[in-house]
Design a protein around this ligand. Structure first.
Ligand code: HEC
Length: 129
């Protein structure tokens, strides 16, 4: 009986370890097209996933259409580094690696495809295109 419990605990620990090791954000992101457009590709993601909270009534930065680009680029300097998605704090937040614990959106992560689009847009210079 004791042995069974030990095995059970060991199994649980291994499962837990496996779950941590299997960080899906460490894996390759989906390949996305070139020339990602802020207006056509990124803003629609922000509208659905972010603007419900990121508006003047609730939280900054304002990520509504017409406001998002300037709030993202003028706000926190570390948020987005054009050409460097890896060093951009916004990407850490989306990939749930934020040092300040500001993982965004707070509850449901973006899909790997949407994260890949945002990364590509940043790597292509974070243009208002
Ligand atoms: C359920 C509400 C909610 C959703 C959805 C949400 N956020 Fe936030 N977000 C917040 C709140 C609240 C804060 C302020 C947190 C703080 O200052 O502690 C915040 C803070 C931030 C910040 C500023 C962090 C900082 O260092 O000050 C950024 C950037 C951000 N969110 C981006 C996003 C993006 C991008 C999305 C969509 C992909 C998103 N958020 C979705 C509620 C939300």
């Amino acid at each position: 009986m004791k042995k069974a419990i030990k095995l059970f605990v060991l199994g649980g620990a291994l499962l837990l370890f496996g779950a941590c090791e299997n960080d899906k954000f460490e894996e390759e992101l989906p390949v996305v097209k070139d020339n990602v457009s802020f207006a056509l590709d990124i803003q629609p993601i922000l509208n659905v996933q972010c603007a419900g909270c990121h508006n003047p009534a609730i939280a900054e930065p304002d990520l509504r259409e017409g406001f998002a680009y300037s709030s993202l680029m003028e706000g926190d300097e570390e948020g987005i580094i054009p050409g460097d998605s890896e060093g951009s704090e916004l990407v850490e937040m989306l990939e749930r690696n934020s040092e300040d614990g500001n993982n965004m959106p707070p509850a449901t992560p973006l899909s790997p495809l949407n994260i890949a689009l945002i990364r590509k847009w940043i790597d292509e210079g974070a243009k208002n295109n």
